[in-house]
Design a protein around this ligand. Structure first.
Ligand code: HT7
Ligand code: ZN
Length: 900
């Protein structure tokens, strides 16, 4: 397969100003007629040079029926046709029209890219390069055109016909067929094209924009799901208002449609005015969706809506710039969620995810800069790095420039680039120019992969009353990048006095002047090493560094003691750093106990591990009492408490371990949870009781109600680790009595981890209750797949043949296979059975859907993190996969790069 390189970018030889598409949708064949108006883009030609050819991207399942240039049909010898390309030559001078007629079979399209069918309805997915699965086209984001779409179909089977933009015309035809014509006034790249035809029901609301225009908001779903769209509609209204208030960005058409489909490779797609969503990110009712589902729906509805400006009105010049729209839009959706709910809680959740998954990606064989340099399949670069680290990089501007400066930068960005396809450099330039600052060292974040390491040492001079922070940074090598330059790291910080209050910050400048930073300052650290000196520091402070996680780095604070961490946990005015102090304490402890358990060797059952951990000192009283204070603190929000008593994820610990044994680490984590539960049992039981919803109270999705459920269910999970019959039966009672999905699934997930009849009883009852709710069955599959119950591999194997499982549906594969890949005990079973199962599954799914299979094979990319036996077994699976005949480019790229 061929790699594409960022350095090779060249503008297209022709651009397209208008596109007229005519779809005749059929059960057997769908015919697409595409009429394009082309403009030369090759500039002046050298003397004697002929005009460039026009290469139109296609796919092997797109059948070319005919092609005409300037009204004349070409004969076979007048064009070149290969599996992926239709090349037209000897083109007219100046502007000209072409017409391309193709035939496709959406009903056979299991890739779910281009035009396909889901639950009997037609729908599209064109990002990144799906449009070429519909017709031959300049399938690249820098070709922006105005689209008109005519859709014709059988009226009985497909009463709803949707396209981008405004509805211009509808009509009935002979033979029970009908048509609709849609016109989108905004130029767009083809990846934002969309079409839907099907039997769908709709719920509508009106939104009046800040300038007084009425916009019809419509959500289309299958009839039986109409009762589950209110939350998505509420979220859309909130998003529209938030974007007006925060960035002055108003919606630009009179109609905004969302369609929910069951078969979708990703979460959702921001097609202009016709967003298409995976149904799991639209549909919610208290009985079928958890608080987490509600929150994700709010976030993703916001994310897709925000793309209307960051992605659609201003788009990417090429796919290497993907983070330009995705990093920025993730940042916007994170800020939206923070404003709608709890800011500290949202920040902690995002950082937990970044550390447990993106840091792993950044340390592995697939590490790439947020703006990658090359790819084989662009679909493989919709990564946590591009999205989540990309958002962290956007957050750097926000931290450095402040809210006002950031908004000024955004305004200049839109002023300069509205209606254009641009680059990350253009974004940086707008931010820098609007604020008149130099951001060159920030630009390095776009080109360097890997997580920077920040090392801070401190010193206090009592006589001079100065306190010095000496900061050093380096970024470890990553594939293809051995040497890295220092990056701009904004260090948001404070200094705590002995009473726990923030001290005033008086920073000494290089010229000897003193800058007053208030009590929280941002240090601009951009060299390999810099010392920051604070003056007038009366007593030695405890430093609170990287407040709010002001940069995506791994920070080590030399000499930081447990006492200092306990102090920060108790007093830091920055809630993020309070949580962070607890995480650092827990991480130190877990790594120490793991080392003790690993050194003892031998069998790794939970009993033996517990004995070794106890012999190594167990969980110190100081930590128990710090957690007790958090749990009993009346001023702390329940969601925050729940996160403050959660241990760092297994992935985060494995990243620190090198050569780790996942089941052993799991047992060590469970040992610590159990010890905490034993010693904090009274507090946990009190919190469970005091946070139960009052009887008869209906479900509400709001910060206060979610916080109550979060702490209650965290306490239940901790208590369940005690494996006491009394607690297990209480969990079963709670499972049966639950009135909302959050509580029901919380109890079930505890039971699924326990051996005993309650597990089977609960799983069977849950299945019976929800056998007709496909989205809820995803949870049922996922819980069993992820379970660490010993010997679960055989149960997961049997689920593949269960009637609830459908291998052609991406959500099913993600729940079952990706869920299984997250189980430290069973995926990493010592006999390699988990790896073999996953290897087989990757190859099977690759025969159906390349994107889904590529996501599954990612379970193996971390193989170098584990002990030598596991490394060998995982590597063997990757080698088997790479050698498989007919492997997709998607899977080949991930598997082969993982082996390098
Ligand atoms: N921009 C959308 C990306 C997307 C996608 C990419 C590849 C294959 C399928 C896909 N479905 C959606 C989603 C987003 O980030 O908003
Ligand atoms: Zn996006």
């Amino acid at each position: 397969p061929q790699q594409k390189f960022r350095k090779d970018y060249a503008p297209p030889p022709y651009t397209i100003s208008t596109v007229h598409l005519d779809f005749v949708l059929g059960e057997e064949t769908t015919t697409v007629t595409s009429r394009l108006h082309l403009l030369p883009n090759y500039g002046a030609l050298a003397e004697g040079a002929s005009r460039p050819a026009l290469p139109l991207d296609g796919r092997k399942d797109v059948k070319l029926v005919r092609v005409s240039v300037g009204g004349t049909q070409l004969s076979a010898g007048q064009y070149e046709l290969s599996e992926k390309l239709l090349t037209l030559k000897d083109l007219p001078a100046g502007e000209f029209d072409i017409e391309v007629v193709t035939e496709i079979r959406p009903q056979d399209n299991s890739l779910l890219e281009g035009l396909y069918k889901s639950s009997g309805n037609f729908c599209t997915q064109c990002e990144a390069e799906g449009f070429r699965g519909i017709t031959f086209f300049l399938d690249r984001p820098d070709v922006m055109a105005k689209y008109t779409t005519r859709i014709e179909a059988d009226e009985g089977a497909y009463p709803v016909l949707l396209g981008n933009g405004n509805l211009k015309e509808t009509g009935k035809m002979e033979g029970g067929r009908h048509f609709a014509v849609w016109e989108d006034p905004f130029p767009k790249p083809c990846y934002l094209f969309a079409l839907v035809a099907g039997k769908l029901s709709m719920k509508e609301r009106t939104y009046t924009t800040c300038s007084g225009r009425n916009v019809a908001l419509r959500i289309f779903v299958q009839e039986e799901n109409l009762c589950k769209v209110d939350h998505a509609l509420d979220s859309l209204v909130k998003s529209m208002k938030w974007d007006e208030d925060t960035f002055g960005l108003e919606y630009d058409l009179d109609l905004f449609n969302i369609v929910a489909v069951d078969d979708f490779n990703m979460g959702a797609m921001e097609n202009k005015s016709l967003n298409i969503f995976n149904s799991r990110l639209v549909l919610a009712s208290p009985q079928t969706a958890t608080d987490l589902d509600y929150s994700r729906i709010e976030g993703v509805v916001g994310h897709e809506y925000f793309h209307n400006w960051t992605g659609n009105r201003v788009t990417c010049r090429d796919w290497f710039q993907l983070t330009l729209k995705e990093g920025l839009t993730v940042f916007r959706d994170q800020e939206f969620t923070a404003d709608m709910n709890s800011r500290p809680v949202k920040r902690i959740e995002d950082v937990m995810m970044l550390r447990s998954s993106q840091f792993t990606e950044d340390a592995g064989p697939m590490a790439h800069p947020i703006r990658p340099e090359s790819y084989i399949k662009m679909d493989n670069f919709y990564t946590l790095t591009v999205y989540e680290k990309g958002s962290e990089v956007v957050r750097l501007y926000d931290t450095l420039l402040g809210k006002e400066g950031f908004r000024k930068g955004m305004e200049l960005y839109f002023k300069r680039h509205d209606g254009h396809a641009v680059t990350c450099d253009d974004f940086l330039a707008a931010m820098a120019d609007a604020n008149n600052v130099n951001l060159d060292t920030l630009g390095r974040w776009y080109s360097q992969a890997g997580t920077p390491h920040l090392h801070v040492s401190t010193s206090y001079d009592a006589a001079a009353k100065t306190y010095t922070l000496t900061c050093k940074q380096h970024t470890p090598p990553s594939p293809g990048q051995d040497n890295k330059l220092p990056v701009l790291i904004p260090i948001k910080m404070g200094l705590l006095g002995p009473d726990g209050a923030d001290m005033p910050l008086r920073l000494r400048g290089t010229d000897g002047s003193v800058q007053d930073l208030g009590t929280t300052g941002v240090l601009r650290f951009e060299e390999a090493e810099t010392s920051f000196v604070f003056e007038g520091v009366e007593v030695e402070p405890v430093p609170s560094l990287l407040r709010g996680f002001s940069a995506p780095v791994k920070m080590e604070v030399e000499g930081q003691t447990d006492e200092q961490l306990l102090f920060l946990l108790a007093h830091d005015s920055d809630p993020f750093n309070r949580w962070e102090a607890g995480q650092r304490l827990s991480k130190k402890l877990l790594l120490k106990l793991y080392a003790a358990a690993a050194a003892a060797g031998g069998a790794h059952n939970s009993q033996a591990v517990a004995e070794r951990c106890t012999a190594a000192g167990g969980v110190p009283e100081a930590m128990v009492s710090a957690f007790r204070s958090v749990l009993s603190d009346k001023d702390l929000d329940g969601s925050f408490k729940s996160m403050a008593v959660s241990l760092p994820t297994g992935n985060e610990l494995l990243d620190a371990l090198q050569g780790g044994d996942p089941p052993l680490l799991h047992h060590v984590r469970m040992y610590v949870v159990k010890q905490l539960a034993l010693q904090l049992r009274p507090e946990l039981e009190t919190l469970v009781k005091s946070n139960d919803d009052p009887a008869g109270e209906p479900y509400h999705f709001n910060a206060a109600a979610c916080a109550r459920r979060a702490i209650k269910n965290r306490c239940l999970a901790m208590l369940s680790s005690l494996e006491e019959p009394e607690i297990t039966s209480m969990l079963l009672d709670r499972f049966k009595a639950a009135t909302n999905m959050t509580d029901e699934i919380a109890a079930l997930s505890c039971l699924v981890e326990l051996a005993g009849p309650e597990r089977d009883t609960a799983l069977a009852a849950f299945y019976d209750k929800f056998r007709n709710e496909p989205l809820v069955l995803l949870k049922w599959l996922g819980l069993q797949a992820t379970s660490n119950a010993p010997g679960n591999v055989s149960l997961v194997k049997s689920l593949v043949d269960h009637p609830a499982f459908n291998v052609t549906n991406p959500n099913n594969c993600y729940s079952l296979f990706l869920g299984f890949g997250r189980s430290p005990v069973n995926f990493h079973a010592a006999d390699g059975s988990g790896y073999a199962f996953m290897g087989d599954a990757v190859l099977r799914v690759d025969g159906i859907n390349h994107q889904v299979a590529a996501r599954m094979v990612s379970a193996f990319t971390t193989w170098r993190q584990y002990d030598t036996e596991r490394q060998a077994m995982m590597r063997a699976q990757l080698e088997r996969i790479v050698a498989h005949p007919g492997l997709s480019e998607n899977v080949f790229e991930i598997a082969s790069k993982s082996l390098k």
